[in-house]
Design a protein around this ligand. Structure first.
Ligand code: 5IU
Length: 254
């Protein structure tokens, strides 16, 4: 795929009207990090502790609030404080996938009240554009591709996901994808399935390296989970990923 020259995050901030995209571009430039952490732990206190410990390395913290065993209603406000302290955004990886009316309720209501504390959410495009209408006013990433092996999100599906996102650029601020897919400067590409060495896990996850994702595939943000959270020294490992990812970014705009 022949792609035009890459613009800096700062330049792209000036070329989008999406306020959360602008905010994220600026956080990345100021903190010099395009690392997102998938903090998949099941204890709320552990999540909050690790968020505070690692927050300085991150532009985005990704949560799965429904895996917490001990969720309490003050979770959102507690995480918000830590996010403001370290200046990172909170991305609840809820992967909404229902009709507009239902996802609107799932986003705002229930126990978790995701709309009250998440800066960014994501959704499947399988229901069609009504899902974006149902999540209007949020800051939405669409799942254009997945990292898992055998995924059906490829080819024509991926192309339609991108077109759907680009047609709703007031709500949609980017994509979960394995590579850069959209030429709109405001669209931010997030890629999960990252390790220092490529490989897989026993349940279908596929891992690619930072260079493959950011340099070759021209994505913007890496989402790293267990290779940081399960490391002997998560903080050191997060710092290493941050450095690798940022220098890959700097090289691609050079
Ligand atoms: N995640 C993926 N692949 C995807 C999507 C989300 O791995 O296609 I969409 C999530 C799942 C997990 C994190 O929260 O990203 C990756 O964690 P590990 O780095 O531990 O595999």
């Amino acid at each position: 795929m022949a792609l035009p020259h890459r613009l800096s995050f700062l330049k792209r901030a000036s070329l989008t009207r999406h306020l959360m995209a602008q905010k994220l571009f600026k956080i990345m430039e100021d903190k010099k990090t395009n690392l997102s952490l998938a903090l998949d732990v099941t204890s709320q206190n552990q999540l909050l502790e690790m968020a505070d410990e690692l927050g300085s390395e991150l532009c985005v913290l990704k949560t799965h609030v429904d895996i917490l065993r001990d969720f309490t209603s003050d979770f959102g406000s507690k995480l918000r404080k830590i996010a403001d302290k370290h200046r990172f955004l909170i991305f609840e990886d809820r992967k909404f996938a229902d009709i507009g009316q239902t996802v609107s309720l799932q986003y705002k209501e229930g126990i978790y009240r995701i709309a009250d504390w998440a800066d960014i959410i994501n959704a499947h495009v399988i229901p069609g554009p009504g899902i974006i209408e149902g999540l209007k006013g949020s800051n939405l990433l669409l799942l254009a591709e997945m990292s898992s092996s055998g995924t059906l999100a490829k080819g024509a599906y991926t192309k339609k996901a991108v077109a759907m996102g680009e047609a709703h650029a007031d709500t949609v601020m980017g994509f979960i994808s394995l590579q850069r897919l959209s030429e709109l400067p405001g669209m931010i590409h997030f890629t999960p399935g990252v390790k220092l060495k490529s490989g897989k896990d026993p349940l279908g996850q596929r891992y690619r390296t930072v260079d493959e994702i950011l340099t070759k595939n021209q994505s913007d943000i890496i989402i790293v989970g267990r290779d940081i959270t399960h490391a002997k020294h998560p903080k050191t490992q997060a710092a290493l990923y941050r450095e690798k990812a940022w220098s890959a970014y700097v090289q691609t705009i050079a």
